[in-house]
Write a protein that binds this ligand. Sequence first.
Ligand code: ADP
Ligand code: MG
Length: 717
Amino acid sequence: MAADASLGLDQIPVTDLKRVGPKLAERLHKLGIDTVADLLFHLPARYQDRSRLRALADLRDGDEALVEGVVTDAQIAHGRRRSLKVWLRDGQADPAAAGGGGVLLRFFHFSRAQAEGMRPGAHLRCFGQVRQGPQTLEMVHPEVQYQARDASGPRTGNGTAVDAPLTPVYPSTEGLQQISWRSLTDQALALLTAHPEALSDLVPAAIVQPLGLPMLHQAIQTVHRPPADTPVSELVERSHPACLRLAFDEMLAHQLALRRLRRERRHLAAAAFAGDGALRGRLLARLPFRLTDAQQRVVDEIDRDLAGHRPMMRLLQGDVGSGKTVVGALAALQAVECGRQVALMAPTELLADQHRKSLGGWLEPLGIDVAWLSGRHKGAERSAMLGRLASGEAAVVVGTHALFQADVRFAALGLVIIDEQHRFGVHQRMALREKGAGDGHVPHQLIMTATPIPRSLAMAVYADLDLSVIDELPPGRTPITTVVVPDSRRDEVIERVRRACAAGRQAYWVCTLVEESEALQAQAAEDAAADLRERLGDLRIGLVHGRVKAAEREPVMAAFADGHLDLLVATTVIEVGVDVPNASLMIIENPERLGLAQLHQLRGRVGRGQVESYCLLLYHAPLTAAARERLDILRRETSGFAIADADLKMRGAGEVLGTRQAGMAAFRLADPLRDKDLVRAAQRGADAMLDDHAAGGERITALIHRWLGHREDYGHV
Ligand code: ADP
Ligand code: MG
């Protein structure tokens, strides 16, 4: 059946295209691609630059390059695996360079005809990834074209243009080859060229025109099939006007989705907490410290929200140790005073446990019982706890994800506090909210995070939230001195641990591993603990890692907190949750394996007391330039915000936000940090579209669907 473009490309199913049977259609459907328009918005992840030939002498490890040359030698090796090795040289090879300046092609699968074609003297053109082999640069299984020996056309040289263009590489899944993607997008683009009007530009002209960016259909054409003269760097860095146009549309869709959620919230009712603050006054009077100005400011911001009849949705950012917990406790008291319940949720058992203790310490003297619900509670214990929540007897409950479960019901949930927000997604925030909806009231939400992100980025990513920032640490903290040490000096570092502990201090020894495997992490920590126990025989050494059951971990943590252990060997499980002011030394093994944010969080475990604290980053040499730079940032900077800024400059926004963590909306094309002006334009544009009721919500819904449609995060209220 021929596709009928008069319908609009978003009405034409992919099955109308050639060579799309039910099986392929099903695969595409799994990627969220059902129509020709969906295909057009399936954008290349990167490009292969076949637009110019590279001289062999200029190749570097990791390059993906098109090269041309003459075979100087070819051998079939019968080692562990049979392979064909082919040495290629071009006119510019430098005989003095390692490997003669040529490149070695390696094939593990090859036919006799292929081997014949690559005999000495054969003239080849190859495209593939270059990597450093034991002797020389290599290409494993490059694509090979045999050139006629007298081929005219371009010879090897630097930057000589040939007619092969930039080849798009599409994000794909198993069983779908790039060649299929090219064929699919070829067909979709042909329809678009014939009927540009069939792809509706959902962004009003008044919003997009002032930006001076190309029309939507032009941008789509360029990004899928860049003309050969397109500057590659502009495409790779996504700074080409065509990329910017699509990035703008994406950002606009994102803003529309989140700002629409925010507006819809205005129509929801929440209980207004209008107590006189007597309970809170009693807590403040008992605290051994005064709130910092920043804490006080944030408390005021929260109070204004809580006093209103609309549900609060506020993100509280504050560096490790800035004192977010007490701010949460003060908010909780406002709810309790008005007869409402409070749920505080933490991402791990350890952190939930710590919260239960600090909240318990503050609230129980005021006669408020702090309940506790985790995955560990089973059977009768759990039923009893659920009963206390359902009856309203428990005013405050601390827990983990267990609080989400369907059988958890509250009598009058008024406030939800979520700690370490980056591990929870938008849809999870909503699930908890549902739990309070019984009497027509939706609970207020306070989300606390120690992952500081620059304001411009926060506005783009959390456009459905109001933002509060604690930008000040409590007084009396001595800054942490961070030192970067190679592991060849491990002995000295161990000596240092001995001296610190002999002087009555406590220390952490943190083991890291690249592998996600908890088992391997645990093993590394056990090995380190065994080694340290042998070498520091006079110290009391504890060990915690993810494989130690919580029931056994807790006494170890408690012993460390109470000063009955000198040294705690741990994996990154201690990242959140522990607060031991006497611990003033932290060793992090192989810090180069962790992200900056995580290192900063870890380091925040020390520097909580009066004595000067040290963090030793015990790296494994040699470091890459990027790793060295990152450790250096950590050495120089102590503020989480400064570190986040530096981190963002080195990496993309998506990585910093931890896109692989649950539910965080990442961008496909847009980079809100780099495209700050576009963020602002998208925010203005979103508000204009949402205000313009005449324009109708359908266009908005369609635009959101176009860019974010397959995401569960954007469920409706
Ligand atoms: P985070 O923001 O990392 O969650 P916490 O809430 O755990 O920080 O606070 C860290 C420590 O600082 C706790 O021991 C807490 O009691 C203490 N603290 C909080 N606010 C203040 C303050 N204004 N002055 C002194 N200590 C404070
Ligand atoms: Mg905290």
